[in-house]
Design a protein around this ligand. Structure first.
Ligand code: SF4
Length: 101
């Protein structure tokens, strides 16, 4: 959510709905992203494995962590922390899924 639409996010005010503890439908997950309005650089640290703690802390409390992670895996997002996982961690999931398919 943070990378592709970060410019659009900066123009949009956070919705009060985003604080509701409900899990929205798959299509609307971006509107509930906890990273809305935050500096996208947090989610794109220079060294993901060493400096992803701040992003992961945000994702840990995000109500749409699961659809975000699935989006990143499906879209093969190559950079940044998505759904609380770094690129390397997502690659591990992709490899595991391939092996079990
Ligand atoms: S899980 Fe993290 S990256 Fe994904 S929408 Fe939520 S805060 Fe943003």
């Amino acid at each position: 959510m943070h990378e592709a639409s970060s410019k659009a996010v900066n123009r949009v005010q956070p919705s009060p709905l985003s604080i509701l503890p409900t899990v929205p439908s798959t299509d609307g997950w971006r509107a509930h992203a906890r990273c809305r309005g935050l500096d996208p650089a947090i989610f794109h640290p220079v060294n993901e494995d060493d400096a992803a703690d701040e992003a992961k802390a945000v994702c840990d409390l995000c109500p749409v962590r699961e659809p975000c992670l699935e989006y990143a895996i499906t879209a093969r997002e190559k950079d940044g922390v998505w759904g609380g996982l770094t690129t390397r961690e997502r690659r591990r999931i992709i490899r595991r899924r391939r092996r079990s398919a």
